[in-house]
Design a protein around this ligand. Structure first.
Ligand SMILES: NC(=O)C1=CN([C@@H]2O[C@H](COP(=O)(O)OP(=O)(O)OC[C@H]3O[C@@H](n4cnc5c(N)ncnc54)[C@H](OP(=O)(O)O)[C@@H]3O)[C@@H](O)[C@H]2O)C=CC1
Ligand SMILES: O=C(CO)COP(=O)(O)O
Length: 336
């Protein structure tokens, strides 16, 4: 049994805290909202993010960051990408020894084009980082809290640390693999959100299953194209954190990215959609980042570009799809 701290009490931070507490670890969940910490400690619920879920009484929460950091040498960072920098700055006020960081966020920063582990290394001093492990894969919080069988990957260049995280989280409903390819795992997890938004748009337009299958497979082709050029292992994109998460996110009503795309496809405006969802939709900012990366690395990403034009240039979804379909003829298989 270990002490573990989770930063961020949204749907994923809470679901992972639940896994750890059920595994017998002494788990402390940090939230920046006192009322939410009180709700978790007194009622053992987190109604906004996981309605109708009873959390174990041994799972406790705090709104005191110093207390959260003192609790453990393992810090799971579970805030959205847009909050990573701010959280790192807060951490630097309190940290004075090395911690093992596990991050579970799926995004790329559109301002710096950095992956999350790069952002952590940039915004935290090396004196406080023992190692950074990425935990990613097809894993909707809503299903994990119901103990539905879930597989996920712990990635780190230092395999021993990935195995430590594997041991912390693994149980009979939560199966954890390891991978040494941090770049591939992070890029797959972030870029699948772009394609899930596009799949939602397609479903919102009632384009059916052929179109959805096309988006998933051609989406994987462009994710792999960029990911390999950025240094990822091509096999990683065919694995849980690539194809696996792409399938889960493009086909699930739990996916906030799919749901957001669906509303866009039905004609709602982006601001209205985001307000309606009320949780993070990582794919929006990541589309901006991916579009810029495709230009920087000179990698064609037609689906990402089409979605970028819908989200940020006022292109009508149907027109974007029509334009995708009449592009010049192509071979299916790229030489990587
Ligand atoms: N949900 C899922 O099934 C999965 C999510 N992920 C990834 O996990 C990450 C977190 O997502 P998820 O939990 O779903 O997001 P949610 O939108 O459900 O929750 C986000 C949480 O982060 C908190 N937060 C936001 N900004 C800050 C900040 N500056 N300081 C402290 N806390 C902050 C929010 O607080 P507040 O209530 O105040 O807004 C909220 O508690 C994302 O990158 C997502 O892609 C990965 C796998 C599965
Ligand atoms: O990453 C996820 C499942 O693996 C969650 O996806 P959404 O953020 O689209 O809900």
């Amino acid at each position: 049994m270990e002490n573990v701290t989770i930063l961020g009490a949204g749907s994923w931070g809470t679901a992972l805290a639940n896994v750890l507490a059920e595994n017998g670890h002494n788990t402390l969940l940090w939230t920046h909202r006192i009322d939410q910490a009180n709700e978790i400690n007194e009622q053992h619920t987190n109604d906004k993010y996981l309605p109708n879920v009873q959390l174990p009484s041994q799972l406790t929460a705090t709104a005191n960051l110093q207390e959260a950091l003192n609790h453990s040498d393992v810090i799971v960072v579970a805030v959205p990408t847009k909050a990573i920098q701010e959280v790192c700055h807060s951490l630097m006020t309190f940290l004075n020894d090395k911690k093992l960081f596990v991050h579970v966020s799926k995004g790329i920063d559109p301002d710096t084009l950095k992956r999350i582990s790069e952002m952590l290394r940039e915004n935290l001093s090396p004196d406080v980082i023992k190692e950074i492990v990425v935990l990613s894969g097809p894993s909707h919080a809503e299903e994990v809290v119901l103990h539905h069988p879930t597989t996920i990957t712990a990635a780190c260049g230092n395999l021993e640390m990935a195995e430590k995280v594997q041991d912390l989280f693994m149980n009979q409903y939560f199966r954890v693999y390891t991978n040494e390819d941090v770049i591939g795992v992070e890029l797959g997890g972030a870029l699948k959100n772009v394609i899930a938004l596009a799949a939602g748009v397609s479903d919102g337009l009632n384009y059916g299953d052929n179109a959805k299958a096309a988006l998933i497979t051609r989406g994987l082709a462009e994710i792999t194209r960029l990911g390999v050029k950025m240094g990822g292992n091509p096999f990683t994109f065919a694995g849980l954190t690539g194809m696996g998460d792409l399938i889960a996110t493009c086909t699930s009503v739990h996916s906030r990215n799919w749901r957001a795309g669906n509303m866009l496809g039905k004609g709602m405006k982006l601001d209205e959609v985001l307000e309606n969802i009320g949780m993070v939709v990582e794919g929006v900012r990541t589309t901006k980042a991916a579009y810029q990366l495709s230009q920087e690395y000179d990698v064609p990403m037609p689906l990402t570009t089409a979605l970028y034009n819908v989200l940020f240039n006022g292109k009508e979804p149907k027109e974007a799809v029509d334009e995708l379909m009449i592009r010049m003829k192509k071979r299916e298989i790229d030489i990587l």
